[in-house]
Design a protein around this ligand. Structure first.
Ligand code: PMP
Length: 428
C-alpha cells in the first residue's frame, strides 16, 4: 500500500537524516511521487520545474526512456559482481570512453562509489606515487581557500578550513596547506598577482605532494568562475615544483561549463582527475578517478606494487551501463548547443535580477546561473517561496543558483528564471 504524503513526511521526520539536517529543527522537506523530464511531482500533487539537476547530476531529465531501457537490459545480464578478479563489458567500455574524452594523457581509471571517495582515491594515488619515488616526505596537499571537495575525512581536509563546513572536525583532520583563491574573473583580465599565494606555498614547502582544485568553477565555496589563465599557470608552477595537479571535475565535468571538461578552458591536463555527479546522468551513484601513466607506473613499481584501494561496489555494472548510456546520449544530443541554449536563456532570464535591491551580482557560465544576494538567507524562508512558484531551487547562504538539466526547453527555463526573479524581488 502506498503511503500518503503525511505518512511519508511523519516517517521522514522521525527516522531519516537528510544532508546537513537536524531532527530538532527540521527544514522544510517535500515528498516526491515521481519525476519526468525536468518536472518533479510532489506527493501532494504540486509540480516543480527542476533548476538543480538533483545537485548537478540529472542531465537528460528524469524517467528517460533510453536510460530506463538500458537499466533494465543491464539488470537482466548482471547487476553486480565483485571487481576483484572479475571484469565486464560495461566497465571496460566506460573506462575506454573516459580515457578518450578526458584531456590527453589520462589513461588509467579507478572506479568508485561517490565523488568524495574519488577524491580520497586521488589523494591516495598522489601519496603512493611520491612514496614510490623515494619521496615519502611529500605527504601534504595544497588546496585553495573557498574550495570544496566532499565530506569524507581526506576530502574534508582539503576543503576551505572556514567556509568548507567542516571546521568542527579541524582537530581530527590531516593538516594541509591553503592558498588564496584566484580573484580574476572568468570573463575579465587576468591579474598575475593571483598566483602569488600559490607560488609562496610551493616555494616554501617541499612536502607538498599535490595541489587539488576545482577547475574554473569554485562551487560550494561560492560559485565563483575564475580565469583560465590562472589554471594554465598553476599547471606550469606545479611542474616546476614537482607537485602533482589534481583536478576535481566532479561538478564541472561533462559539459556544464561549456567545455566537456573545465580543464579544456585552459588547455591543460592534470595528473589526476576526479569525476562523479552526472557521470551516470543522475541514475546511479558512480565516480571515477583518472590518472596519467607517470602516476600509475610509479604506483605499480613502488614498494606496495599495487594501488591500495578496492571498494565492494567498484565498477558496479548497472552504474557503468548508465554512465555509458548517458555519455552516448550526451554526445548524440549536441550537448554544446544544449548548454549554449541554457547559457543564453539564463543570461536573459536572470539579467532583470540585477536591478533588485537584494542582489549583489548575477553571473552565468555555461549551464550555471548564479544570483548572489547581499545578505545570507535561511533556507527555511526561501525554500517554500520557490516551491510556491512551482520551481525547485535550493539556495545556499547568499547564493541562489541553478544548473538545469540540459534538456530543459526555452519555455521551462523562462518559467524557472521568472520564478527566481519573483522570489528574490520579495527580499529587501
Ligand atoms: N567535489 C566537488 C567539486 C563537489 O561539488 C562535490 C559534491 N558536492 C564533491 C566533490 C563530493 O561528491 P559526493 O557528494 O558525490 O561525495
Amino acid at each position: 500500500m502506498a503511503l500518503s504524503n503525511d505518512e511519508i513526511l511523519a516517517g521522514d521526520r522521525a527516522h531519516v537524516w537528510h544532508p546537513y539536517s537536524s531532527f530538532l529543527t527540521p527544514s522544510p522537506t517535500y515528498a516526491v511521487r515521481k519525476a519526468q523530464g525536468v518536472t518533479i511531482t510532489l506527493a501532494d500533487g504540486r509540480e516543480l520545474i527542476d533548476g538543480m539537476s538533483s545537485w548537478w547530476s540529472v542531465l537528460h531529465g528524469y524517467n528517460h526512456p533510453i536510460m530506463n531501457a538500458a537499466l533494465v537490459a543491464q539488470s537482466e545480464q548482471v547487476s553486480h559482481v565483485m571487481f576483484g578478479g572479475l571484469t565486464h563489458e560495461p566497465a571496460v567500455t566506460l573506462c575506454q570512453k573516459l580515457v578518450e574524452l578526458t584531456p590527453q594523457g589520462l589513461n588509467k581509471v579507478f572506479l568508485s562509489d561517490s565523488g568524495s571517495v574519488s577524491v580520497e582515491v586521488a589523494m591516495k594515488m598522489a601519496l603512493q606515487y611520491w612514496h614510490s619515488q623515494g619521496r615519502p616526505e611529500k605527504h601534504q596537499f595544497l588546496a585553495l581557500k573557498k574550495g570544496y571537495h566532499g565530506d569524507t575525512f581526506g576530502a574534508m581536509s582539503v576543503c576551505d578550513p572556514v567556509t568548507g563546513m567542516h571546521h568542527l572536525f579541524s582537530d581530527n583532520l590531516m593538516r594541509q596547506r591553503f592558498a588564496e583563491p584566484p580573484s580574476s574573473d572568468f570573463y575579465g583580465e587576468f591579474n598575475p598577482a593571483d598566483l602569488d599565494s600559490v607560488k609562496e606555498q610551493l616555494a616554501a614547502h617541499d612536502q607538498i605532494a599535490a595541489l587539488i582544485l576545482e577547475p574554473i568553477v569554485q562551487g560550494t565555496g561560492g560559485m565563483r568562475f575564475y580565469s583560465p589563465e590562472y589554471l594554465r599557470q598553476v599547471r606550469t608552477l606545479c611542474d616546476q615544483h614537482e607537485v602533482l595537479l589534481i583536478a576535481d571535475e566532479i561538478a564541472t565535468g561533462f559539459g556544464r561549463t561549456g567545455k566537456l571538461f573545465a580543464c579544456e578552458h585552459a588547455g591543460i591536463s592534470p595528473d589526476i582527475m576526479c569525476l562523479g555527479k552526472t557521470l551516470t546522468g543522475g541514475y546511479m551513484t558512480l565516480a571515477a578517478t583518472l590518472c596519467n601513466d607517470k602516476i600509475s607506473d610509479g604506483i605499480c613499481r613502488g614498494e606496495a606494487g599495487v594501488f591500495m584501494h578496492g571498494p565492494t561496489f567498484m565498477g558496479n555494472p548497472l552504474a557503468c551501463a548508465m554512465a555509458n548510456t548517458s555519455i552516448e546520449l550526451l554526445l548524440q544530443n549536441n550537448w554544446q548547443q544544449q548548454v549554449a541554449n541554457l547559457e543564453s536563456g539564463l543570461r536573459q532570464g536572470l539579467a532583470p535580477c540585477r536591478e533588485l535591491p537584494a542582489v549583489a551580482d548575477v553571473r552565468v557560465l555555461g549551464g550555471i546561473g548564479v544570483v548572489q544576494l547581499h545578505q545570507a538567507q535561511t533556507l527555511d524562508t526561501l525554500q517554500p517561496l520557490f516551491v510556491d512558484e512551482g520551481i525547485w531551487v535550493r539556495p545556499f547562504g547568499k547564493l541562489v543558483y541553478v544548473m538545469p538539466p540540459y534538456v530543459m526547453s526555452a519555455d521551462e527555463l523562462s518559467r524557472l528564471t521568472q520564478g527566481i526573479y519573483k522570489v528574490v524581488a520579495q527580499l529587501s
